[in-house]
Design a protein around this ligand. Structure first.
Ligand code: ASP
Ligand code: MG
Length: 426
């Protein structure tokens, strides 16, 4: 029998105090007792990183980013040490590793560093010796300067996936305070079902559309390196039999995996909602090459992230309309930028109109690739509820509409039912 090599990661709520670290450690013990090789990755105690960031800002608004990292990386150092102590007390040989001790190399973009290389030899050797290494998530070191870096908020998911890829793990289990990925937000539709499996690409869409279970970069990395992820709850009984969501023995939670591992592909796997989307329209924009580049270039220069974009063809080839969305928080700034560009003559158009507070509802599913008519059926389901569609965008595995905020929850529930996601066996 070949035993598994697993990386398990615990988020901030899972290590919020020593009692919870003990609960988390019991999950590690179960995997070790089953004969698996395990490396643990930990976040800081929940709220700790915010507190550390607060202290840095209180010390100086204009601080050195390298010292920010020195302070903010400390949260994970505490939980890694505590986890190693708790595991050892349970009879599981363990030791902590800070990022630089592994080592986890990053670039020098302090505060938002990217992992460039992990040298896995020490971790692998420890695991083979029956020791459980506990690694600090969220941090690394710049090899050229020797300075500690952090990966950006929520970065410990990315640490875990990167470590899993480097040690050739069979699985990376992400323990959190929810028990998996759902067909939609259960707070919007109580009939939401936990998914047994979801494809990397679907997870990526769901994550960017607002399902906050995993940091987007970690899913991108998992997809690139084909690291199978499991999202599961720390608060499940660690000693209970391990049952997958489909009722078979297996890993509880949702497996995020390659499309090929999903036998029965749903046309739609999930329905997501993103609120506070502002819509901006430029009327009578000159219809000539370079205009879209000028409009969106001006916004990009101000670091404004644009989401949906719709441009009409013009009747007579002279002027057209362009509509797009930005987060509500960027609305005023966007309008200001565009008005300034008109005044300076950089962009030629008649007027800018728009409104805040729209809602973007999307259906996501890899099955859409091979099924015609998903967009049409979505529009029909919304029409049946009398919901007006303002904007539409599609990708290979996603169809999104912008609608009035008032109908957002109704739309999510209608689509969830329409695509059969309420059913027990979905
Ligand atoms: N502790 C870090 C944060 O709060 C990293 C993480 O939790 O993933 O952002
Ligand atoms: Mg976190």
């Amino acid at each position: 029998m070949s035993l598994a090599r697993i990386v398990v990661k615990f988020g901030g709520t899972s290590v919020a105090n020593v009692e919870r670290i003990r609960q988390a450690a019991r999950h590690v013990k179960r995997e070790v007792d089953a004969g698996n090789q395990v490396t643990v990755v930990v976040s800081a105690m929940s709220g700790k990183t915010n507190e550390l960031v607060g202290w840095v800002n209180e010390s100086s608004k204009l601080h050195d980013a390298r010292e920010y990292d020195a302070v903010v990386a400390s949260g994970e150092q505490v939980t890694a040490g505590l986890m190693a102590i708790v595991l050892s007390e349970m009879g599981i040989p363990s030791r902590s590793f800070q990022g630089w001790q592994v080592p986890i190399h990053t670039d020098d973009a302090h505060g938002a560093a990217r992992i460039t290389e992990i040298i896995p030899d020490e971790l692998v050797r420890r695991m083979q010796d029956g020791v459980v290494p506990v690694v600090t998530g969220f941090q690394g070191i710049v090899p050229e300067t020797g300075r500690v870096t952090t990966l950006g908020r929520g970065g410990s998911d990315t640490s875990a996936v990167a470590i899993a890829a480097s040690v050739g793990a069979d699985r990376c289990d992400i323990y959190t305070d929810v028990d998996g990925v759902y067909t939609t937000d259960p707070r919007i539709d109580p009939k939401a079902k936990r998914l047994n499996r979801i494809a990397f690409e679907e997870m990526l869409e769901m994550a960017s559309l607002g399902a906050k279970v995993l940091m987007i970069r970690s899913v991108e990395m998992a997809m690139a390196h084909k690291v199978r992820l499991v999202v599961r709850s720390t608060f499940d009984d660690p000693e209970a039999p391990q049952i997958a969501p489909d009722g078979t023995p297996g890993v509880p939670g949702t497996l995020v995996c390659d499309e090929d591992e999903i036998m029965e592909k749903q046309i739609v796997s999930g329905v997501t909602l993103a609120k506070a989307e502002a819509k901006i329209t430029l009327r009578d924009v000159k219809d000539k090459p370079g205009v879209a580049a000028a409009v969106f270039g001006a916004l990009a220069d101000e670091s404004i992230v644009v989401d949906m974009i719709v441009q009409n063809i013009s009747d007579d080839g002279s002027v057209t309309d362009i509509t797009f969305t930005v987060p509500d928080s960027e609305y005023d700034k966007s309008v200001r930028v565009l008005e300034a560009a008109r005044t300076s003559g950089a962009i030629e158009y008649a007027r800018v109109t728009g409104s805040k507070g729209g809602a973007k509802v999307s259906v996501v599913g890899v099955g859409m690739r091979s099924h015609a008519g998903v967009a049409a059926s979505m529009f029909k389901a919304l029409a049946d509820k009398g919901i007006n569609i303002q904007l539409i965008t599609t990708s290979e595995i996603k169809t999104s509409v912008l609608i009035d905020d008032e109908y957002a929850e109704l739309a999510v529930r209608a689509l969830h039912t329409y695509y059969g996601l309420d059913k027990e066996d979905a």
